[in-house]
Design a protein around this ligand. Structure first.
Ligand code: ATP
Ligand code: MG
Length: 425
């Protein structure tokens, strides 16, 4: 029979890889806690309308990347392609934004129908961070400083650079859009096919086109920065001052536009040159209009999301990950002959006494040779051996698996103290 396989672009995470993810997730959770952010969780499925209204009808995500289907009632549902829209929906629904600020984070799978390649999947994972109710550039700076600390804690600070831009208000942006379109219409023949299409749907996205001839063409184009209101200019300048004062280096990239419609003013990306084409490991910005757009009271907000797969790839390539081998087991309990009830009771007792120790009890029988082979493979430093003779004497053997120290026979009552000593040295 033909075996059923996973869907293209949707990866299994095998036990050899999960320690890397756990390391990353634990490091992120720790940093976020230290900055006073709380975790929020929301469903993977939402009304399609939520994403259309927030991300924007003519964005790549909504036009061609969403997993959308009708449920049995005929309602259109979508597997979330990102977290910000759901986060705003959940906050509004539960009154979390009423007269208060919120610092929140979440993690989990996101779904986009994209062409799978290195660092680009159809089910990928993000850690998202959002701060609501704070208008000034100080919270933008805090968010960026938090991510900078994270790169330091992970050991990748030297591998990523911060790109910064300000997209201004929606009004300023539409004025700029008119100027850009007028400029490009005169040169439409020289544009690549993708950009030609975008000229009439989402012209700002042409700015981050990967096509070299299009980028060259843009050298003479109007610049968004010239269209910013005085307020946006001040916000941008103050953010730069705060980052400089904090010792955070950045590059201003006037062509950084982001692929989602809800951004206003600040946008940023952390980019690495070590992952090939998919170099953005974290991206975000301000979205002061989104809460209102989704039916709430006007609420300033800023957030970002990092791609876990890309960060794990980066950590892997730099050999910055804990190895899976020495992660699973400290003590392997070999049980020979008819001793299982006592072996299980002893193992449970050890788990009570030594909660930090990782203990595997051999199950499924087998002779001493085969069980000790498993013990060796487990990576454990110590084996416990209980046979029928030991059981009769209420004794047990401790065998060193990684050095030549002689094995030791001792009474059950001494076992946990002895193990504690051996494991701590
Ligand atoms: P990209 O540069 O990959 O097109 P994007 O602008 O679509 O990213 P966002 O929607 O802002 O990205 O998502 C934030 C981060 O999530 C990205 O910077 C990236 O690290 C990660 N990410 C986005 N799409 C994917 C994907 N299909 N597979 C893996 N990671 C992704
Ligand atoms: Mg994308």
């Amino acid at each position: 029979m033909k075996k059923i396989q996973a869907l293209r672009g949707m990866n299994d995470l095998l036990p050899e890889t999960t320690p890397a993810w756990q390391h990353l997730e634990a490091t992120v959770a720790d940093v976020l806690e230290r900055y006073g952010y709380s975790e929020i969780r929301f469903p993977l499925l939402e009304s399609t309308e939520l994403f259309k209204r927030s991300i924007g009808e003519v964005t790549d995500i909504v036009e061609k990347e969403m997993y959308t289907f009708d449920d049995r009632n005929g309602d259109s549902l979508t597997l979330r392609p990102e977290g910000t829209a759901s986060c705003v929906r959940a906050c509004e629904e539960h009154g979390l934004l009423y007269n208060q600020t919120q610092r929140l984070w979440y993690t989990g799978p996101m779904f986009r129908y994209e062409r799978p390649q290195k660092g680009r999947l159809r089910q990928f994972h993000q850690i998202g961070i959002e701060a609501f109710g704070i208008p000034g550039p100080d919270i933008d700076a805090e968010l960026i400083m938090l991510t900078a600390r994270l790169w330091r804690d992970l050991g990748i600070a030297d591998l990523v650079v911060l790109q910064l831009n300000n997209l201004g208000t929606p009004a300023a942006r539409s004025e700029y859009r008119r100027a850009l379109v007028a400029f490009l219409l005169e040169r439409e023949d020289e544009l690549d096919a993708d950009s030609k299409r975008r000229l009439h749907t989402n012209p700002l996205r042409i700015l981050d086109s990967k096509v070299a001839s299009t980028q060259a063409l843009l050298n003479g184009a109007p610049v968004l920065t010239d269209y910013l209101t005085a307020e946006s200019q001040t916000h941008f300048a103050q953010l730069q001052q705060l980052l400089s004062a904090a010792g955070i280096q950045f590059e201003i990239n006037p062509r950084l536009v982001r692929g989602l419609d809800y951004y206003t003013d600040t946008v940023f990306e952390w980019v690495t040159t070590h992952l090939g084409a998919q170099g953005t490991v974290c991206a975000g910005g301000r979205y002061d209009g989104l809460v209102e757009q989704l039916g709430g009271k006007a609420t300033p907000a800023v957030g970002c999301a990092m791609g876990i797969e890309r960060l794990v790839l980066l950590l892997q390539e730099q050999n910055l990950l804990p190895s899976a081998l020495d992660q699973t087991c400290d003590v392997y309990f070999v049980a020979l002959g008819d001793v299982m009830p006592a072996a299980m009771a002893l193992a449970e007792n050890l788990r009570d006494q030594l909660p930090y120790a990782r203990l595997i009890l051999h199950t499924g029988g087998g002779n001493a040779k085969s069980q000790l082979k498993k013990a060796d493979k487990s990576g454990a430093h110590l084996a416990l051996i209980l046979g029928e003779d030991e059981l009769n004497q209420q004794q047990i053997v401790i065998k060193h698996l990684r050095n030549d120290q002689p094995q030791l026979t001792l009474g059950w009552s001494e076992l946990s103290a002895q193990l504690q000593e051996l494991l701590n040295t």
